[in-house]
Design a protein around this ligand. Structure first.
Ligand code: ASP
Length: 326
């Protein structure tokens, strides 16, 4: 957030006109509501779960789902719990099937989105503005990822007595796989192999930390989402208050935890942040063009973070064991 506030990519973008074109006809400006910090905290526990689903209150839905999951583990009648679990599973499979069919039209939709965006900038003779804003945005994400991957994670490694360069070399196959597949989950077998056979992390630690990391530890995604939302706000000429920036900070972290380890998951979860700060979800089309390249880079940082986490825990456990034995 500090970086994107310094660089301010997209500050001279389309502004108000672009915002209005996004809000018509589906979203009238009157419907655009800005949540305050208190609203977001209050909405985490929804009053009405159906209303939460209709209003796109994803944090509320996540809270309810976790609570329901715990309840299913607690209720005495295991058969009743199993019925609900099987029902949810069947609904999940059916919805995945429906999404797969809808996704067949994705290339056409993607093409139309980009054509619409580029076309509107061409008509206003502002294509170069779009180009320079996108470039500034891309570089901000890349610099943010580098600062985190090399700076923060590197320092963390040093603090725990691990050489980041040596670990990086050992993890190169996993990081290159993350880069090429843009999926932490698809890279998981290679991450595990590198951790065990190249970095010497014991199986019992690697096989616990790496899958957990591939699912919830997405530092690259969180950085990307924060930069992207501020970029979208700049492009739409919306001035974000400090409260909204704090909300971005929190929701980017939470939504990165919720994002699946698959290509483009961070982009989808970004709608949650846009909703929270009252920006139109259509803003996503401003970042979709460069998303794949940034996805490759942020996934590499995600996998690098998971690997470092596993290495740190392995180191710590080793120390503990030596101390106990000593
Ligand atoms: N592709 C990322 C991953 O698998 C998630 C994201 O889209 O940010 O780690």
């Amino acid at each position: 957030l500090i970086l994107v506030n310094i660089v301010q990519p997209g500050i001279d973008g389309g502004g108000e006109a672009l915002l209005q074109s996004f809000e018509e006809p589906e979203h009238q400006p009157a419907q655009r509501t800005e949540s305050t910090f208190g609203d977001v905290l209050r909405n985490i526990i929804p009053k009405n779960i159906v209303a939460a689903a209709v209003q796109g209150n994803v944090l509320g839905l996540i809270f309810f789902s976790i609570f329901l999951g715990v309840a299913l583990l607690q209720i005495p009648s295991k058969t009743d719990a199993a019925v609900l679990r099987q029902g949810s599973n069947a609904a999940f499979q059916a919805i995945i099937w429906m999404i797969e069919k809808a996704m067949l039209f994705a290339p056409l939709g993607f093409l139309s989105l980009i054509a619409d965006l580029v076309g509107s900038f061409v008509l206003e003779g502002q294509l170069s503005t779009l180009g320079s804003s996108m470039t500034a945005y891309t570089f901000t994400v890349v610099i943010g990822l580098l600062l985190h991957g090399v700076g923060t994670l590197g320092c963390l490694a040093w603090c725990f007595g691990i050489s980041p360069i040596a670990l990086f070399r050992q993890m190169i196959p996993a990081i290159t796989s993350a880069f090429s597949t843009a999926s932490s989950s698809a890279t998981l077998p290679i991450t595990l192999d590198c951790l065990e056979n190249r970095a010497g992390v014991p199986n019992k630690i690697g096989s616990f930390v790496a899958p957990l990391g591939a699912t919830i530890n997405m530092d690259g995604t969180a950085i990307y989402e924060a930069v992207a939302v501020v970029f979208i706000a700049n492009m739409l000429g919306v001035d974000l208050s400090w409260t909204q920036q704090a909300l971005i900070f929190i929701t980017a972290t939470v939504s990165a935890v919720g994002a699946a380890g698959i290509p483009g998951a961070g982009l989808v979860m970004m709608v949650l942040i846009l909703n929270t700060v009252g920006l139109p979800a259509e803003g996503v089309k401003l970042v979709i063009v460069v998303d794949r390249v940034l996805d490759m880079l942020r996934t590499s940082v995600n996998v690098w973070g998971d690997s470092l986490g596993a290495a740190i825990i392995a180191k710590h456990e080793k120390r503990e064991t030596t101390n106990t034995l000593g």
